[in-house]
Every structure is written in C-alpha cells, then in structure tokens.
Design a protein around this ligand. Sequence first.
Ligand SMILES: [Zn+2]
Length: 210
Amino acid sequence: MATRELKLRWEPVACDICQRSLLRGEYPVRFYDGQTVHMVCDLCTGRAHRQGWLREGTHLAESAPAAHAERARSLVARLRTRRASEVARESASAQAAVVDDLPHHVQAVPSAADAQIARALGMFNASEHARTIAGVLHSLGAPNVHARALGGDPLVEITVVWELRWYRFEVDFENGVVRQSGQGYEHDELGRELPPANVSADEAGRLALR
Ligand SMILES: [Zn+2]
C-alpha cells in the first residue's frame, strides 16, 4: 500500500546547485561527485563541471579504485577543456554580433538618455542576444532589466537579472555592436549597484522601455 501511494505522488525534482524546482518538460542532468549522484538543471551544468562533478554515464566502473580515480581526473580535465572552448565560442559569437543594417556614418547619437536607451534596446532586439534571454526567461520567468546610458561614451549598458542568473550587455553605437560583457549567478558578482529596473522583456526576449 505504501509503495502504491509513493508511485502516485508526483515529486518535482529540485536542482542540487540552485535549488530551483524543475518545471514540467525540464529534465535534470545527473552528475556524480565521486560519492553521490546529484540532479542538476540545464542552467547549472557549467557550474557542476567547474566544481569537478562528472556527468553521469561518464563515470567508470568501481572495480579498480586507483585507476578509476586516475581516469576520472583526466575526464574532468577533458570536460574543463571542453567548457573552456564553449566559453571561447560564446564570446567569439558575442563579438560577431554586429548589427550590419545600421548605416554607421549617418546615425547621430541621440542626446537624451532615454532616446539613447530606446535605440540601444532596438539594436539589442535585432541581435541574437534576444534569443539567449528568451531561452532563460522560458524557465526562470520574467527578469528585472536595467538599462543606463554610460556618461561620456556612446554606450548603453543593459543588465538582465533573475534571482539565480544575470547577463550584462553593452551596446556600442559607434561600432554598431551589441556584445555580452558578462554573466553570472550571484548578485554580488554584479559589482556596482544597479539603477532601478526601467525596461520590460517580452517572451521573445525583446526589450522595451517601461
Ligand atoms: Zn540549477
């Protein structure tokens, strides 16, 4: 009787790193830390790799502990290398996100801060970064979005913040470029204090001034 009750109850899985309950349709990735199996959400797999956990299915038989540890170590090294090349690719594609359809030579930089921000949001929406935001928004819900014109430079900084994740972008009018300038998990990593949230995001990751 007890087992039947257990089977009928639906237990949402929580991510062992961010503690978030996974949504329907999300599946945890199983990681092994050498002793225990952990459930990790899609957004935290990079973090799991960084702390040396192995994706389950990659760990090896327990029969020869010394050899096992040896191989596990080289596997961790390989995973780290792969992670590093992923990061390199991500930043390369961020650099390549040039908005080509802007005629650079004729666009005057709007003087009022709000006009600058509105124009920056338009460039952001036309960039691939809007899709990145849409993807995260799909599982974490609506973010707080802060945009501000950085005095002196023809530059707008956009910070998109969830409780467990953030992204920062720079919109460079002079070069017609939207680039990702940072990302992380902890609010402390954001460094300075954020301006009040002044931008909304729709489901497609498109940003608009509130
Ligand atoms: Zn997680």
